[in-house]
Design a protein around this ligand. Structure first.
Ligand code: NAI
Length: 462
């Protein structure tokens, strides 16, 4: 039996990135993963497969809506669902095999099976017990359901079942207007399903800049999604073929129902630490099920650490990756750090929605003096050329110092555009720093520069 410097439990973006960095820094590293493939939720049943389906259906939508406008004529393409799912599975396979290759390249040992921690410094996988100086919990999260709702992953599904439906539903009800609900709702709306999203709050995407959320809802409505806001789902009853969703409108407590072929429950995720033996070990937990850690990802048990969805903070793959890298540096005796003020969020619909830093609502609540620089994609030639003039870039900067405090984008490639603002924020840049940087023409990024100009003397094309 070998003793490892680090054993990481969980081979998702947090765990595998932590492992590769640990190995690169000279630590003898193993990852415990019970799935047949590496990559966790993100690569197997989350970020990557959903992006494949978003890409396929975006192209379908373009063919139906915009090809004729560009003079591309001919019969509109139809969907071979089995082939589309096959394409998605190929994308998953390429990515998960890629991680396996990286493990071999970096000499990370994959301990196949489900791990538990029988005692400090020990990890049990199957019948074997391995020892390690450091153990990292990177077990991620699972979909959380609602009372009165039994998931069967066929008719009443989570994001996992929504990626492998046997056929395209005629009627899809999505519970929860968060990231998963809107991304998967978009996929099926583009495939021709009648999609209704039921949301408990009075706006979609809670926590997002309110102006962006409003524009986003308007655009999605134009794309055919229906919204029932301020509605609390009471339960879902499975019928012979489909299911019936029961909900109450919060404003007057009136009850209503909605029939569907498929119901997607997208009401959030919760940390997944089942079966690790944390209670017997005496690991301190937070009330919402996360492992309690200090600023160096250490738990109350010496040599036991946790990262990613299993601890506090946004449940995002890139947040977990950054924590994985920072922890690896710490375990190798270096300084590891995550700047939680600059973690971007992206929704991969069309248009994309992206944000970083503070929202206007947060700044108001904090009583901070700020200014807003806003620029519409209608003034961006490139966006108009691809029929994506709707949406805008909004930069929030400190009123006195001009330092960028946050940015919110709804528009083409928003998920990529946001990163120049992330880099600027990491360097403590002012809006003027962005505005004085030459941006190539014609690019979508000119809209970011124009928003930065709008924080000062004004945008040019507004
Ligand atoms: P979410 O937290 O983003 O949204 C859940 C929504 O459900 C909220 O709007 C909430 O108000 C609503 N809700 C809760 N209970 C309800 C009820 N009884 N009736 C009606 N509505 C109700 O959660 P979601 O979309 O399930 O995503 C889970 C996690 O996965 C999130 O942390 C998300 O950030 C992450 N994720 C990120 C993606 C990305 O970065 N592009 C893609 C997919 C997931």
């Amino acid at each position: 039996m070998v003793e490892f410097d680090v054993i990481i439990i969980g081979g998702g973006p947090g765990g595998y990135v932590c492992a590769i960095r640990c190995a690169q820094l000279g630590l003898k590293t193993a990852v415990v993963e019970g799935r047949d493939t590496l990559g966790g939720t993100c690569l197997n049943v989350g970020c990557i497969p959903s992006k494949a389906l978003l890409n396929a259906t975006h192209n379908l939508h373009e063919a139906h809506e915009n090809f004729e406008k560009m003079g591309i004529m001919g019969a509109a393409p139809t969907v071979d669902w089995a082939r589309m799912l096959g394409y998605k599975d190929d994308v998953i396979g390429q990515n998960t095999k890629g991680i396996e290759f990286l493990f071999k390249k970096n000499k990370v040992t994959w301990l196949k099976g489900w791990g538990s921690i029988p005692a400090a410094g020990q990890v049990k996988v199957g019948e074997e017990t391995h020892t390690a100086k450091n153990i990292v919990i990177a077990t991620g999260s699972e979909s959380s359901s609602l009372p009165g709702v039994t998931i069967d992953e066929e008719v009443i599904v989570t994001s996992t079942g929504a990626l492998t439906l046997k056929s395209i539903p005629k009627k899809l009800v999505v519970i929860g207007a968060g990231v998963i609900g809107l991304e998967m709702g978009s996929v099926y709306a583009r495939l021709g399903a009648e999609v209704t999203v039921i949301e408990y709050l009075d706006a979609i995407t809670p926590g997002m800049d309110a102006e962006v959320a409003k524009t986003f809802q308007r655009i999605l409505t134009k794309q055919g999604l229906k919204f029932i806001l301020g509605a609390a789902v009471q339960g879902v009853d499975k019928g012979k073929t489909g299911a019936t969703v029961r909900y109450k409108l919060r404003k007057d407590d009136s009850a209503a129902t909605l029939d569907a072929d498929t119901v997607l429950v997208a009401t959030g995720r919760r940390p997944y630490t089942t079966g690790l033996g944390l209670e017997a070990l005496g690991v301190e937990m937070l009330p919402r099920g996360q492992v309690k850690t200090d600023s160096h990802f250490a738990t109350n048990i010496a040599g036991l650490y946790a990262i990613g969805d299993a601890i506090t903070g946004p449940m995002l793959a890139h947040k977990a990756e950054d924590e994985g890298m920072a922890l690896a540096e710490i375990l190798a005796g270096k300084a590891g750090h995550v700047n939680y003020d600059v973690i971007p969020g992206v929704i991969y619909t069309t248009p994309e929605v992206a944000n970083v830093g503070k929202t206007e609502e947060q700044l108001k609540e904090e009583g901070r003096a700020y200014k807003v620089g806003k620029f519409s994609f209608m003034g961006n030639g490139r966006a108009k050329a691809v029929f994506q003039g709707e949406g805008f870039v909004k930069i929030l900067a400190d009123k006195a110092t001009d330092r960028i405090l946050g940015a919110h984008i709804i528009g083409p490639m928003a998920g990529d555009l946001i990163h120049e603002i992330c880099v600027a924020m990491e360097f403590g840049a002012s809006a003027q720093d962005l505005a004085l940087t030459c941006h190539a023409h014609p690019t979508y990024s000119e809209a970011v520069r124009e928003a930065a100009l709008a924080c000062g003397d004004g945008a040019i094309h507004a």
